[in-house]
Design a protein around this ligand. Structure first.
Ligand code: ADP
Ligand code: MG
Length: 683
């Protein structure tokens, strides 16, 4: 199939470039077609010198009066020239680009576009791109795609490669026929793919995105419903005779359960003692104490000799649950095994774990997906809990039942979803909602601050650390990037380290680190060896370090409200007063409005609702939505209508054409396979 072709089959792509693409998860022509832009920018209007601003990407129009000079310095070739915008001279500098000399002619007018700096009393444009006036104006009409990049891979190169690959967009299996597209109100796959990469206008982009959103929801619902329809009701043959240890533990908890926790626990026990195996979804805001519930539910099973598993979306989180469970084992004098199984568990350790499971004496198993994907055999697996991530509940259900196991399923989520949407998303699961937080907890104090108040923010961080607390700083990017202006975790960590010196230990965590490094860093932070953790949103899901009292979110305007709420939930977990500082790097009014919502409430359901109200159609550029639901492009709030359409279309296909023979449905399998191995790696 064309889509399987290697990138080196494209013109101008050699093995070196191929390697770079592989770093961002792009291996084939199909991958690159589906590697959609992270965001889009419009080239800015041309600026007059009186409006110049240091550090901004700027377009300047003016005249060249003297030829460009090429100079050799010891380290590098540079080319230098001067542009006159009226009377203001602006220095132009290029590195390793001697050819610009022949592109720029004396006594001609040009637009130069690049990063504007004010240095030594002079304005400077570094490595500017060169346009004619008309060329620039034409460019400004279009939306420019910005892709996820890695060192050595420029946006220009990605763009060029994609425009070459685009002639293969017709090979993406089209599983809808013309009539269906019309009914559903979506465009064709190939039109969508072209529009996603190179939208001429905003309307084109919206149409293109609409199809992708439909696809993404449809893939989700189709697979979920297809699995469900295969399942018959399973009789509950587990038996929970022994409850002594469970009750003793319940009486010795270090705190009393909240009403919400008590209620859900009651519902869970009813499920376990019921006639059929069931699935339940527990929705509880960040910090509502879901881990304790998971532990108690598991204990109820383990005491009766069954194996139970809790699965987290990341190793970091799995390790953390493991530590928590070990502490509980000790505290409550439990004679049961607690084991941890992740992608980085060694083979020898894995064998030991398997031996423990073979004994069939009940166990708490904590892990990541690897837990079920690797060859673990269970004796009597009776309960599987997935923490913080709905999406893998679906696939995992199938993997487990394929192994001949039929455990109770529990899915725990902190995304506050209005009930109407929850009903669609969770199909026939039972849903519990916890609305209360543990008492005694001080509400988080929020502040929205500007970038220029940085010194103040850092001063505050330092003072909190002096008092023995810890802090997070979240940055939107991993590394600095040519086409994004946000803070990068790597550079921010260096800056903080320099500013704080030895008195404060500053750590770094991001998704491009190896799992081992990530675990080690997270452990140091949990132990208190690291005071300030600079991180991308990888800490978003479920991390629990009660001693952390400050959350600083840089470029907060770049995140969706639901996600900001999740991030904020990393603090306010202990007894001390906690703070969340949203650093607003935008100048837009709407952004400030959104951040005000965050500043005024700690209630996830409220935030979700306001988010919905504040967002207009097409307001999806540059904002990354809740990571937890894990839809890549689609957003359950904003795209709620499309979600309903996709859900009923999935029903229709399964009801009316389960054999996939009508119209274009025969291409559906091929289409789903295309996505089966796709993992998104740019967090
Ligand atoms: P989440 O629901 O976000 O997963 P956690 O389970 O991580 O929240 O709990 C957050 C913190 O609250 C933990 O330190 C936990 O020990 C504590 N906690 C849980 N339940 C209670 C309770 N009923 N009273 C006081 N603290 C609690
Ligand atoms: Mg949690």
């Amino acid at each position: 199939m064309t889509l399987d072709r290697k990138l080196t089959d494209l013109k101008g792509i050699g093995e070196k470039t191929e390697k770079l693409f592989q770093k961002i998860g792009v291996y084939t022509v199909g991958d690159i077609l589906l590697n959609f832009p992270r965001t889009y920018v419009k080239y800015p209007d041309i600026k007059d010198p009186e409006d110049f601003f240091h550090g901004e990407l700027t377009a300047v129009y003016g005249r060249i009066k003297t030829p460009i000079l090429n100079k050799k310095t010891r380290s590098m070739d540079i080319s230098i020239g001067t542009l006159y915008a009226g009377n203001t001279g602006i220095e132009l500098i290029w590195f390793r680009s001697p050819y610009v000399r022949s592109q720029v002619h004396v006594e001609q007018d040009y637009v130069f576009y690049g990063k504007l700096l004010y240095e030594g009393g002079k304005w400077k444009l570094e490595q500017p791109k060169i346009y004619t006036y008309d060329g620039y104006v034409d460019l400004q009409r279009r939306l420019q795609p910005c892709y996820s990049l890695t060192k050595g891979l420029s946006n220009h190169l990605v763009t060029k490669t994609i425009s070459q690959a685009l002639c293969f967009s017709h090979s993406i299996p089209e599983y809808l026929d013309a009539e269906e597209m019309e009914q559903l109100g979506v465009c064709s796959e190939s039109e969508s793919i072209e529009g996603m990469h190179f939208p001429e206008t905003m309307e084109v982009l919206e149409r293109a995105r609409n199809r992708q959103v439909f696809d993404e929801f449809f893939r989700f619902f189709y697979q979920m419903k297809a699995n469900r329809s295969l399942q018959e009701e399973v009789k509950n043959e587990f038996c929970f005779e022994k409850t002594e240890v469970f009750h003793r533990t319940l009486e010795n908890l270090p705190f009393s359960l909240t009403n919400g926790q008590n209620q859900v626990l009651k519902e869970l026990l009813q499920d376990f003692d019921g006639d059929v195996i069931s699935e339940r979804m527990i929705q509880g805001d960040v910090g509502s104490g879901k881990t304790m519930l998971a532990f108690l539910a598991m204990l109820y099973h383990v005491e009766n000799g069954y194996e139970t598993a809790i699965m987290a979306p990341t190793e970091v989180l799995a390790r953390q649950h493991y530590e928590t469970f070990l502490a509980y084992k000790e505290r409550f004098h439990l004679p049961y095994e607690v084991v941890c199984l992740t992608g980085s568990t060694k083979a020898s350790e894995r064998r030991e774990i398997q031996e423990i499971l073979n004994r069939g004496e009940g166990a708490f198993i904590i892990g990541t997906q690897a837990l079920i994907q690797e060859k673990v055999e269970f004796k009597h697996l009776s309960l599987v809990i997935t923490d913080e991530q709905h999406r893998f509940g679906v696939k995992q259900r199938k993997t487990i039942s394929d192994k001949g196991e039929n455990p109770f399923i529990l899915v725990m989520s902190a995304t506050p979803i209005p009930r109407s949407l929850a009903m669609i998303l969770y199909g026939d699961m039972k849903v519990s909602v916890m609305t209360d937080l543990p008492a005694m907890r001080l509400p988080i104090k929020n502040a929205v601050m500007k970038k220029k108040e940085r010194q103040k923010i850092w001063g505050f961080l330092r003072s909190q650390v002096k008092e023995g607390h810890q802090a997070y700083v979240i940055c939107p990017l991993v590394e600095a990037s040519e086409n994004s202006e946000g803070e990068s975790a790597v550079e921010y960590q260096k800056m903080l380290e320099e500013s704080f010196g030895n008195e404060v230990k500053v750590g770094l965590l991001h998704g491009k680190m190896k799992p081992k490094e990530k675990n080690a860093m997270m452990e140091s932070f949990a132990k208190g060896d690291v005071d300030v953790l600079v991180s991308t949103t990888v800490v978003e899901v479920g991390v629990n370090v009660p001693n952390a009292t400050v959350m600083v979110i840089e470029d907060a305007h770049r995140f969706g409200l639901a996600q900001l709420h999740q991030l904020r939930g990393r603090v306010g977990r202990g007894d001390a007063q906690s703070y969340c500082i949203f650093v607003d790097g935008s100048n837009a009014k709407e952004m400030s409005k959104r951040l005000k919502v965050m500043g005024s409430s700690n209630d996830g359901f409220y935030v979700a609702n306001e988010d919905l109200k504040l967002r207009g159609p097409g307001d999806f550029l540059g904002i990354r939505q809740s990571g937890e639901m894990n839809f890549h492009l689609a957003d359950i709030y904003q795209d709620a209508d499309m979600m309903k359409i996709a859900s009923s279309f999935a029903d229709r296909v399964l009801m009316e054409d389960a054999e996939l023979v009508e119209g274009n449905h025969c291409y559906l399998k091929e289409y789903l396979e295309l996505y089966a191995s796709k993992v998104y790696t740019n967090l």
